[in-house]
Design a protein around this ligand. Structure first.
Ligand code: X5A
Ligand code: ZN
Length: 567
């Protein structure tokens, strides 16, 4: 089978998966503008993707002119002119664009995204996070980096000393057919941005090697999923657009994309376990950790990490560790291995008393039917969790348990949606934090480590995070040492809760629990002192706050009304 595993191949020419990014001429924002211009002027439909560039250019110009005319008419008081317009057409069109980096909608009068600050025409899909967020087009720095790495060529053979990357363009074809209020966060651009970053940095192609892609077989899928689940996914390849849940879409290409993702993960797992590769990074989508035995959900179709764990075992691994640092609980992975002592599942996720998606993953969910303790949930009680809490939990829960388990193979379900800037996760993990966590897990199973992409929806965050993870896989030191940072109060409380439950199953935890409990007491006494101070200060700020809420004050007092009538 001929496979293209080089991201650069793909990035340089027309992306088969998404016509919106074909030429520099037309990006999603222009496309959106164009459609609006169309509707506002002559009501004609958008031109087909087959139209050539010059036609498109001419059309955009013509339509923008009509749009301008329309706007002028809207401010024209001429009665004769007015009679030409239906009342429905009188409203003024508001032009908008969707941020490539974070998908949020922006009004056309700004060039930087209101939410994440990305320039509407930034080069993030061409150069990844190396592209300046502040300006459109190619910056000097970018061209320099590009030039520097342009001649690096890719070796063909996979050797035991190399980091292998699993990627295939056909995973870009999985996309939501009908755009809802904004682009679906789990979009092809996620892989484009990461691949572009790796290419620009000279990492891939360059320092990492590709593995040929293959589709996972029915037999392999059956080890993880029910026949109904497998058939439900297969069926979607005959349907233009389908949904498993309101947020889990499929098009005609999704089933194959999911089979390629799982196939790449399986082959990476056996290549790394058998020693043909040092370690691996699966640059795949759709993600997998929400996909359970009998259901696709949470943007996930097949459970890639579960498939990889079984592939490692098929290659000879006895004990497999899965660490899931996606901001969501991997309910699918938990379900698949709940009764399995040979696979230890450890997940860190936002939980907030079942309020955060998918609502599972409480600390007391520890595994079932004799496999108690082989499921470890670290459920954060709030958003905003950062490097300090993650590294603290790694030091005090993940590593002690993992070392005692002594895995033969380690898989990271690496969502980057706990990263700073992620629109769904709203947490605060930095690339340095991800590097540190990777580094810590690298000490297990003789460095036999497979990192699998799960979620993560801010292109800049996911591409910088993935890049620093891969640098650690390549043997680089993880920059700064984050050991010195203390956990937050809430983070410490979560870790204590987990230790208290898991020390029934893991002997190394008991002394830690005692030690951290005294740390908690120090925190408590400190914060009590702080509380006293806070209470004392509490009286003055109320008036200060009133000052800040002057508008509200004016409305209540009726000043605003008087003012607006008077002037
Ligand atoms: C893989 C992943 C998130 C699903 C959120 C659904 N899924 N609201 O990050
Ligand atoms: Zn997630």
């Amino acid at each position: 089978m001929a496979t293209k595993a080089f991201p650069a191949d793909h990035l340089s020419n027309g992306e088969a998966g998404n016509s919106l990014h074909n030429e520099g001429l037309e990006n999603p924002h222009q496309e959106f503008k164009r459609r609006h211009a169309n509707l506002a002027s002559d009501g004609s439909v958008a031109p087909s993707d087959a139209e050539n560039c010059t036609e498109k250019k001419a059309r955009i110009q013509r339509e923008m002119t009509l749009q301008d005319m329309y706007n002028e008419h809207a401010f024209d008081d001429d009665d004769e002119e007015d009679s030409d317009w239906e009342p429905m057409q009188k409203h003024v069109e508001v032009l908008k664009w969707f941020c490539t980096n974070c998908t949020m909608v922006n009004l056309d009068d700004v060039v930087h995204c209101d939410i994440c600050g990305e320039h509407k025409d930034s080069g993030i899909l061409r150069h990844g996070f190396f592209a300046s967020p502040y300006q459109g087009g190619l910056t000097d720095v970018e061209s320099e980096v590009k030039e520097k790495y342009k001649d690096l060529h890719v070796g063909v053979s996979v050797s035991n000393s190399c980091t292998v990357i699993g990627f295939d363009e056909r995973m870009l074809l999985h996309s939501e057919v009908e755009m809802k209020s904004r682009p679906h966060p789990e979009r092809a651009d996620r892989l484009r941005a990461i691949a572009a970053s790796l290419a620009t940095a000279g990492i891939f192609p360059g320092r990492c090697y590709p593995i040929p892609a293959r589709e996972i077989t029915r037999e392999e899928l059956k080890m993880v999923h029910s026949m109904e689940q497998i058939e439900a996914v297969e069926l979607t390849s005959h349907i233009y657009a389908s949904y498993f849940t309101p947020d889990t879409y499929a098009n005609e290409h999704s089933a194959r994309a999911a089979r390629l993702a799982a196939g790449l993960c399986a082959d990476l797992a056996s290549a790394v376990f058998s020693g043909r590769a040092k370690n691996g990074f699966a640059l795949v989508r759709p993600p997998g950790h929400h996909a359970g035995v009998r259901q696709a959900m949470g943007f996930c179709l097949h459970n890639n990490a579960a498939i990889a764990a079984l592939a490692a075992q098929a290659a000879g691994a006895k004990k497999v560790l899965i660490v899931d640092w996606d901001v969501h609980h991997g309910n699918g992975t938990q379900e698949i291995f709940e009764q399995n002592k040979s696979v230890l599942y450890i997940s860190l996720h936002r939980y907030e008393g079942e309020k955060f998606y998918p609502g599972s993953g409480a600390a007391h969910e520890v595994g079932t039917q004799g496999a108690e303790g082989y499921c470890v949930n670290i459920p954060w009680s709030r958003g905003g969790v950062g490097d300090n809490d993650y590294v603290f939990a790694f030091e005090n829960v993940v590593l002690p348990i993992a070392s005692e388990f002594a895995p033969d193979f380690t898989i990271i379900s690496a969502g980057f949606d706990a990263a700073r800037g992620d629109p769904l996760g709203c947490c605060d993990v930095t690339p340095a934090g991800y590097a540190q966590m990777t580094h810590m897990l690298n000490t297990l199973s003789g460095g036999k480590l497979l990192v699998i992409l799960e979620g993560g929806y801010n292109l800049r965050s996911i591409s910088s995070s993935a890049t620093s993870v891969i640098k650690v896989l390549l043997g680089e030191n993880p920059g700064c040492d984050l050991h010195q940072y203390a956990p937050s109060k809430a983070g410490l409380l979560t870790v204590l809760e987990v230790l208290k439950i898991q020390m029934n199953f893991w002997r190394t935890l008991a002394p830690r629990f005692t030690r951290l409990q005294s740390l908690w007491e120090i925190y408590e006494s400190k914060s009590k002192k702080k509380q006293i101070k806070k209470v004392r200060r509490a009286e003055a700020p109320i008036w200060w706050k009133w000052g800040r809420k002057r508008l509200l004050y004016h409305i209540i007092k009726g000043h605003l009304r008087v003012k607006s009538r008077g002037y």
